[in-house]
Design a binder for this molecule. Structure first.
Ligand SMILES: [Zn+2]
Length: 422
């Protein structure tokens, strides 16, 4: 029997645990993160050079030869290792290199499908480290959390490729539930060190058993309209605001960042190496702490809101992400908001499968301009602008709150879409 791959499983789950590496394990993690970044950047460099030739629009022999050499350099992992023998160092996980190559391909795919993402560019060296590895399941091996070369030893210890035995911390309740499941496969594992020097391992898990029990049916449906003035308005007439602490925190963060750049400038002027400038290092850590806090709060908010929507409704409808072209004219504030939306929509998709709910994304075209009662579409001079928060339908005389009317249209469109596919 052929072994199942991650995509063959009906349910997927992400588990992130804090790990506590020893000094030696920290070295191995750094080594792998460096190799990953190096391989990724090598792909970027090669393709940048090839792209340059393309621009000149001439195809003499020399250039053709050069392109062939360049392509050859990144064609296989072996070719890379021949050119850079240090990649064969025993600390380095072959999977981390393979994953770096895959991530480069993925970055191109992202560029083609998602707006606001540029072409793949060099990964700069920062205080953050990250690499990915995959467990190896032999053909005759039982698939579980406890069998491959990446496995759980007990509720406090993991075995990971290259790193070997490592201590970890996670919720006991979650682990007990996972450990009791019949067949769980471990997919990609991402090892990271964040800017606060904390280490984590994130596991992609797959199973044919649901990871959490399906929620009881609610017989409730909801449509949400994501917009700039608030976080979203729903078809039941509720408005959920953007968390205000988020803005407050961002202001504090901006101030701290300004102070940091001032200190860097001063240190450079006085020819002090940055690494030894204590006040720069202190401020850098403060900025990192604040950033982590802002991101954590944002993430908590998105998790909480998406979970409430999914748990309390059988069907949740929202708009699809806008295409590249439609985003062109929007201001920066919008693009920041948009990034939150992308995470939010991904969370809705993920949680809907997790809890056995339906999440449908629809084309948002004209959802704002259409009267949900009679279907009249505002156009030409009558078209609503961002300033019109309330309006009255000239056809049926119904008074509307703009965003809530849009949310109702989104829900109706989702139900239509579902009816067509069933
Ligand atoms: Zn109407």
């Amino acid at each position: 029997m052929k072994q199942k791959r991650m995509a063959d499983y009906a349910y997927h789950y992400g588990l992130k645990v804090r790990i506590y590496p020893s000094q030696r394990q920290k070295e191995i993690i750094k080594h792998n993160a460096d190799a990953t970044r190096f391989v990724y950047n090598e792909h970027v460099a090669v393709n940048k050079e090839i792209a340059q030739f393309g621009k000149r629009n001439i195809c003499i022999d020399f250039i053709e030869k050069r392109i062939k050499i360049l392509r050859e350099r990144i064609r296989t992992v072996t070719a890379l290792k021949d050119r850079y023998p240090w990649l064969r160092h025993p600390d380095i996980d072959a999977q981390s290199i393979a994953n770096a190559r895959q991530n480069y391909q993925r970055a191109w795919k992202q560029f083609r499908t998602v707006h606001l993402v540029g072409v793949p560019n060099f990964h700069k060296k920062t205080s953050v480290e990250s690499y990915q590895t995959n467990p190896h399941y032999n053909n005759d091996m039982k698939i579980s959390l406890f069998t491959s070369n990446a496995r759980f030893l007990d509720i406090h210890h993991l075995m990971l490729p290259k790193l070997k035995r490592i201590r970890f911390q996670s919720s006991r309740k979650v682990l007990e539930r996972l450990f009791a499941m019949k067949e769980v496969r471990i997919g990609t594992i991402t090892i990271t060190k964040d800017s606060l020097n904390r280490y984590f391992a994130s596991f992609q898990l797959g199973s044919d058993e649901p990871f959490v029990g399906a929620c009881p049916k609610t017989d409730a449906e909801i449509g949400v309209d994501l917009n700039i003035e608030n976080f979203y308005a729903d078809s039941n007439g509720e408005i959920v605001d953007n968390p205000c602490y988020y803005r407050r925190q961002k202001r504090r963060l901006a101030n701290a960042q300004r102070k940091l750049s001032r200190r860097i400038v001063r240190a450079k002027k006085e020819h002090r190496p940055l690494r030894e400038a204590k006040n720069v290092e202190k401020q850098r850590l403060l900025v990192a702490k604040l950033t982590a806090k802002v991101m954590q709060r944002r993430k908590d908010f998105l998790h909480r809101t998406s979970a409430t929507l999914i748990k309390n409704h059988d069907l949740v409808a929202a708009e699809e992400l806008r295409s590249k072209n439609m985003m062109k004219n929007h201001a920066l504030a919008m693009s920041i908001q948009d990034n939150g939306w992308r995470i939010f929509l991904n969370l809705l998709t993920y949680k809907a499968t997790l809890y056995g709910r339906k999440f449908v994304a629809v084309d948002p075209r004209n959802t704002t301009q259409t009267c949900h009662v009679c279907g009249h579409v505002m156009s030409g001079k009558g078209k609503l602008t961002l300033k019109d928060r309330e309006w009255t339908c000239p056809n049926c005389g119904m008074h509307h709150l703009r965003d809530i009317n849009a949310a109702k249209n989104i829900l109706a469109r989702a139900k239509q879409k579902l009816a067509l596919t069933q």
